[in-house]
Write a protein that binds this ligand. Structure first.
Ligand SMILES: [Zn+2]
Length: 160
């Protein structure tokens, strides 16, 4: 969806980037990247920069680059800050619409038969729906990792 904000998380915010991707956002993240490179990606790709670095926030503001400065101590508060500053009102995971947590690629549903040789037998027995990253071919299913996030999501929504 084109009306969704697109993000660029700085190198300190890998966990936040992965969460935003699961929540369906296009969020670029690089473990090693210079500030200059972040600024040019944000500028060229029209992305909102996310950082905890106050001095870097000032650099962004001087260059008219949209930036969200995080103050929260934990991931819940940080996600809440991002949602509030972009006027997002509800956090959820909709598997058809997540971005790949590994590479930020587009994830689409795929027939179980096509990937059955790539998943553990137990998962194949218990799960019917699967999703595949267009870019890195990582396979997703609604496993315990996703289900365990529901409490995290509920806590975010209570604060929104
Ligand atoms: Zn991927």
């Amino acid at each position: 969806m084109s009306d969704k904000p697109r993000f660029l998380a700085d190198a300190m915010l890998g966990n936040i980037a992965r969460k935003l991707r699961l929540f369906g956002f296009d969020c670029k993240y690089f473990a090693a990247i210079k500030d200059d490179q972040l600024l040019s990606i944000a500028k060229n790709e029209n992305r909102i920069l996310i950082t905890k670095d106050h001095e870097f926030v000032n650099v962004c503001k001087k260059q008219d680059i949209p930036v969200i400065e995080l103050f929260g101590q934990d991931e819940i508060d940080q996600i809440v800050e991002i949602y509030k500053k972009t006027s997002l009102t509800k956090c959820k995971i909709d598997m058809t619409g997540i971005r790949c947590t590994i590479c930020n690629g587009v994830v689409q549903s795929i027939d179980k038969e096509k990937i059955i040789d790539r998943i553990p037998a137990k998962v194949a027995q218990n799960m019917q729906q699967f999703w595949l990253c267009d870019s890195c071919n990582h396979i997703y299913w609604k496993g315990t990792h996703i289900r365990n996030l529901q409490k995290f999501i509920d806590e975010i929504n209570e604060k929104l």
